[in-house]
Ligand binder design. Sequence first.
Ligand SMILES: *Cc1c(COP(=O)(O)O)cnc(C)c1O
Length: 226
Amino acid sequence: MSIKSELESLWQQLKPSGAQLVAVSKTHPAVAIEEAYAAGQRIFGESTAQELSAKHEQLPKDIEWHFIGHLQSNKVKYIAPFVQLIHAVDSEKLLQTIHKEGVKNGRQIDCLLQVHIALEENKYGFDEAELLELLNSGRLAEYPNARICGLMGIATNTTNEQHLHGEFAGLQQLFERFKASHFGDAPHFNQLSMGMSADYPLALQHGATLVRVGSLIFGNRSYAQA
Ligand SMILES: *Cc1c(COP(=O)(O)O)cnc(C)c1O
């Protein structure tokens, strides 16, 4: 299927829930993004600061760029002027840096806290206890230019649907709980980023508001070429 028809199918599937599609364009050339843009897609996700900056310069200015991968603190400055949402804040140090760069750029940068929900050890994110400690500490108030808008998770790479249901349901519960207990039901704490090409239909069943879909739209990634 073409990029356009894949997008149209995804938009249709997201419609009932109102969830938004982050088209994950990492490693794919600008022409592929232009094709998706021409079809009407406006939110794109990248996972390296260098690639994101280059594409931001090259492509239409009304694209909403999301950073979806593991972000090193020393790279925040490259994307801070324009990034719309940083999905995967996985340490307080990163949050602090995002705040500082937000101050420098005179803007509040929207972020999600990444929760480690997968079985794989090599995935990033806070666990529930660490998150609770950070939220209870009151230290978030020291970083007002990094605005926490919700949670993000990457599920285990498995075809076991029952297991995936468990991970997504757990993240949704955490999101609802923290929303009530620590964000006073603040209207901006409203994003739950979960679900990728292989598992987004399950994530939608558990209240995902942002799904991050790449290979289904753009085909397989070739890291050698990127
Ligand atoms: C690459 C990536 C995706 C997209 O993965 P696909 O399987 O191609 O849909 C989603 N989320 C994150 C964090 C990624 O790094």
